[in-house]
Design a protein around this ligand. Sequence first.
Ligand code: 5GP
Ligand code: ZN
Length: 134
Amino acid sequence: MQELLAFQLFVPNYRYGEVVPLDPTCLFCKIIEGEIPADIVFRNENVVAFNDIAPQAPTHVLIIPTLHVENGAELAKASPTITAELFKVAEQLSNEGGLGGYRTVFNTGAEAGQSVFHAHMHLLGGRALAWPPG
Ligand code: 5GP
Ligand code: ZN
């Protein structure tokens, strides 16, 4: 209970009026908490963005909600506001980085390549991006 209160103090995540704790076993929750270091490029109460450890383009940022939900669809159900905020942060980072264009991607499910089951938007840019993706 002590631990849950600490989460609530630092990361107020509201879902239908209830506080949603972070998942202490989740890699991205640990990054939110600072328990695992990351190159953080944006942070507010609802969103954290950090450079991907294995970048697939000159700009490859992961933009995540500060609540633990499995994927983008679950995030949309939990908080349309924070879902929209991820897109706003992507636009802001693109503008700050002077990108001529960018791609935002949510991999949902292992078959689509999802390997971390905390919702995250990939922001990719800084080079010409092929279509269709692999
Ligand atoms: P997914 O495959 O789930 O769509 O994306 C997960 C992303 O997280 C991958 O692009 C992977 O490189 C990145 N990633 C995995 N572990 C770490 C880490 O410890 N730090 C950072 N910054 N990125 C990570
Ligand atoms: Zn998490």
